[in-house]
Design a protein. Structure first.
Length: 729
């Protein structure tokens, strides 16, 4: 119960809820002021204009915030006016809705950034259908002026609110990144349990993908203009979180080999506990950020890890084998866990002001790490090909909305046909898995929302009270749109029904709950059926994602194994490596998400899941190997490394050719491969001679690159084609 309460408090203090509350407050100010000055109808239409601009309102950098909101207001006005003009001509209205839906859904070409614009445009049309001419006390021009006034007022309000809340958003996104990292640490800690199997690998990769998404949102905000001491401190903490992710990934190395030895069970169990305790410390640090408190000093777990190295005394003497001794492997493993401990301690010292942040590189080149804020036309220009998913989704949505609209005209309650369209818009997504996920939540949420809205309207509450309920419902709906859609479905139903009641100025306080539920089922059924029309199966996107992953891994290997970053007088090589590392993580995350979505698709069209999962596993392992090599090279940066430079270059070239060309060119000299003939070759890692360890990591990295290439070939092989790849060793 204590843990649940803590998680509930974290949700309430998150950036999602803050933006939701901000949106609700803005809507209340706009509609309340309009009601007092202009009356109920003006307040209701201005509220619609504001609601249309709410979907793209999230915690964003100050630069570009206004531009992110403006398209909703600009594009919403002509469509709102067009629907108003054609309300008495159902055929012509349908001919407007279908092409407008098509062009609206083309905003999906901008990815996650374009999705809120789609919702905004569709809301402008569907809410306009709820504004009946009989309730309009003025002309069409007056109604449109109310709408655009509400939109522009909200755009200006949201831009100002985002600037005022900028510092709070920075703290929240940093805390949310810590919480996502701690969840990853707990999953990784479970991997240390000797009794676990490999089933957790999928959960581990999924959490890696979620963390990558959260980190990008944090980068966009925290790395914007880090000029003040507080901003520099938080940006430095974000950099340390990225380092922890690398060390956490590296802790997977040799783990399966160690777990295969029963005598290592006691050490692994203790490491499991220590990682869980470190995750608890991160949680406490995140809670302090959310509560605007200074974190307490943290525990240094290095002594406990050192004690673990003294536990397996019976392992010290072993016969010579093909791998380093178990005690040496355990020392390497405890040291990598120790690196996580060191980074957490540095985060704590940074937050308490005990050390100064070093952000010269980030401060001079922060634009390299954040998402673009301008609306480039390139995504749309490259969209016009038959197999482009956004184009097919736009066609699918237009057909679904057209079918839903013309079907609503045949319903005996056709005056509420816009409810079917709203349901189609919020349920129909770009993939079948997302549509199915929204389907069940939408039905359940609508039923609960109808009952709640019916109870509210049955009280015959005055319009001013309803104008307060609408912003409250908007705040809840916007707060949980990403994290808890069923909550959004309930509150959005209340919002839509109460707002439609205010707009239409219906004398009767009640509406027919059964009609709304029937509309919902019709809309859900149409969205579900049309998700199979012009489908964009994930297997069609897999080839480009696989190729992106191979290219990113090859580029990361080339830069990570380049000694130039250790000898350069500026920060350019370091920034180049960070960008390559980011792209490697992002490419793997995109492939993880596509593989996960494919699980909901029919078996006949699913991609080859086993080689894809193997490719992902080997991709993360390759990142871990190269990260460990880079860590060891950093430890030797003050030494003369010229003797190992040719080996690093040859290894990087070999990995690049393996991943990009599918084979190693004959003229490329292979790097030196150690003959694992004696255990004395391996001294305690990170203490004495590191060259045997570096060479071992390079050999394992090359083996992983070969495995990735074979996985990619198997994943991209046409269905039914026999496997002609050589048998893996």
């Amino acid at each position: 119960m204590k843990e649940r309460l803590a998680n509930a408090l974290r949700v309430l203090l998150s950036s999602y809820v803050t933006t939701g509350v901000s949106a609700g407050l803005g809507l209340m100010l706009i509609s309340g002021t309009a009601y007092l000055l202009l009356g109920q109808f003006a307040a209701s239409v201005m509220a619609v204009g504001a609601i249309v601009c709410v979907p793209p309102d999230h915690a964003l950098p100050r630069r570009g915030k206004f531009a992110s909101l403006l398209p909703a207001a600009i594009l919403g006005l002509p469509l709102f006016a067009g629907v108003q003009m054609l309300q008495d001509q159902p055929l012509y209205l349908g001919l407007l809705l279908v092409p407008a839906t098509f062009f609206a859904f083309l905003a999906g070409a901008w990815g996650q950034r374009g999705l809120p614009i789609i919702i905004s445009i569709m809301f402008a049309m569907t809410f306009s259908m709820a504004v009946s001419k009989q309730s309009n006390g003025g002309s069409l021009l007056t109604t449109c002026l109310y709408f655009v006034s509400g939109s522009l007022c909200y755009v200006l309000y949201a831009t100002a609110a985002n600037a005022l809340l900028n510092s709070r958003y920075r703290a929240q996104l940093l805390a949310q990144s810590m919480l996502a990292l701690s969840r990853l640490m707990r999953i990784q800690a479970d991997r240390f349990d000797p009794t676990t199997d490999t089933l957790q690998a999928a959960a581990l990769m999924q959490q890696q993908a979620l963390l990558a998404e959260q980190l990008q949102a944090a980068r966009d905000l925290l790395l914007e203009s880090p000029r003040t001491a507080r901003r520099q401190q938080r940006a430095a903490i974000l950099i340390n979180i990225l380092e922890i992710r690398d060390h956490l990934l590296a802790s997977e190395l040799d783990l399966d080999l160690v777990k295969s030895r029963p005598e290592a069970a006691s050490v692994l169990t203790e490491m499991h506990k220590l990682l869980d305790q470190m995750a608890d410390e991160l949680d406490r640090h995140a809670d302090a950020l959310l509560l605007s408190r200074q974190p307490a000093p943290l525990t240094d777990w290095r002594p406990a890890l050192a004690a673990l190295n003294r536990m397996p005394q019976t392992m010290a003497r072993e016969e010579v084998g093909p791998t380093p001794s178990l005690i040496i492997l355990l020392r390497g493993l405890t040291n990598r866990v120790g690196n996580i401990n060191d980074e957490i301690l540095r985060i704590n010292r940074l937050a308490r002001g005990k050390v100064e942040p070093d952000l010269a590189a980030v401060r001079t080149a922060w634009k390299l790490f954040v998402s673009p804020t301008s609306w480039s036309l390139r995504p749309v220009m490259v969209l016009w090909r038959w197999d482009a998913p956004p184009l097919r989704h736009a066609m699918r949505a237009a057909l679904a909305v057209g079918a839903g609209y013309f079907l609503s005209l045949a319903m005996p309650w056709s005056t509420h046909g816009y409810w079917i369209l709203v349901t189609i818009v919020v349920v129909l997504r770009g993939s079948l898995s997302q549509t199915l996920e929204r389907r069940n939540n939408r039905v359940a949420g609508t039923i609960l929302g109808c009952l709640l809205a019916g109870a509210i309207l049955s009280t015959q509450a005055p319009p001013l009270l309803l104008l307060v309920i609408v912003p409250l419902a908007q705040a809840v709906s916007h707060s949980f749109a990403i994290k808890r859609y069923i909550v959004t479905a309930v509150s959005a139903t209340v919002l839509s029904l109460v707002q439609a009641h205010l707009i239409s100025a219906v004398d009767a306080p009640m509406f027919n709950v059964l009609e709304r539920i029937a509309d919902t089922f019709i809309g859900v059924g149409i969205a579900w059926a049309f998700s199979y029309v012009l489908p964009s199966w994930e297997r069609n996107q897999i080839p480009s994602l696989v190729n992106r992953t191979l290219q990113a891994q090859a580029r990361h290997a080339e830069i990570a194994l380049n000694l130039r970053q250790f000898t350069a007088v500026d920060d350019e090589p370091e920034l180049e490596w960070r960008l390559a590392r980011k792209e490697a993580y992002d490419s793997l995350s995109a492939l993880v998400q596509a593989t996960r979505r494919s699980l909901a698709e029919p078996r006949a069209v699913r991609p080859a899941l086993e080689p894809l999962e193997s490719l992902l596993s080997h991709g993360y392992q390759l990142l871990a190997q190269l990260t460990t090599v880079k860590t060891m090279l950093l430890m030797r940066r003050d030494e003369d490394q010229s003797n190992i430079q040719p080996t690093l270059q040859a290894a990087a070239e070999e990995i690049r050719r393996t991943l990009q060309d599918g084979a190693i060119a004959a003229e490329t000299p292979a790097f030196s491969r150690l003959n694992w003939g004696g255990q004395e070759e391996f001294s305690d890692p990170f203490v004495y001679d590191l060259e045997p360890w570096i060479l071992r990591r390079l050999q394992l990295a090359q083996d992983l690159a070969e495995s990735m290439r074979q996985d990619a070939s198997a994943a991209l092989r046409p269905v039914g084609e026999p496997d002609s790849s050589p048998e893996r060793v």
